[in-house]
Design a protein around this ligand. Sequence first.
Ligand code: ADP
Ligand code: MG
Length: 177
Amino acid sequence: MIDGTKLGQLKGDPNTRCRVYEYDNNKICKLYTNSINYDNERDIYLLLKDCDFIPKLYDYNDDGRYLIIERLMCPSVADSNPVLPETFKEDLKYIEQFLLDKGIWNRADRFKAEHIFLDKPERSKETHGVRIIDFDTDSIYPSDSPNYNDEYNWHNKNFDKDFDDAYRQFLLENGLM
Ligand SMILES: Nc1ncnc2c1ncn2[C@@H]1O[C@H](COP(=O)(O)OP(=O)(O)O)[C@@H](O)[C@H]1O
Ligand SMILES: [Mg+2]
């Protein structure tokens, strides 16, 4: 079992839902105080385990409510003077469409500069190195719900406009336009 007090805490807003610790050189440990946030994030990491645009999940423990995750060793958009790839908008759009197609359309923490990382292109080829973190307040819409198709079609129909609005807002908020 992990004892967070024995690990160094990483930067990030302190909150009551979870803490992020340095685990070893290239891993972090994300420890949750309640099972809703733990379950959300674990389920999304498991569903997306073959995607390079999220960090690799190395291990998890349901009793201890923690995940051991690849530590991204690259700047995020929140770091000073981020160098965005020319394809940045397309890369984010690819990620959002991918998540939508997996039933992840209520992303509370999407489009936050500190959650979007700019890694080497070869680490996530489909997105030219753009990688994202933090899914503990997101959820996967149950694919067996009778409303799934209607909900999906509604989100998909509005996708281009929703994306453009959110992207523009993100650029403005971060002084990137
Ligand atoms: N896999 C990771 N690699 C590098 N830094 C990370 C990683 N996960 C979290 N962090 C750092 O810790 C901060 C808090 O993590 P986050 O997952 O956003 O937790 P919270 O749910 O508390 O917002 C992030 O903004 C980032 O600076
Ligand atoms: Mg966060």
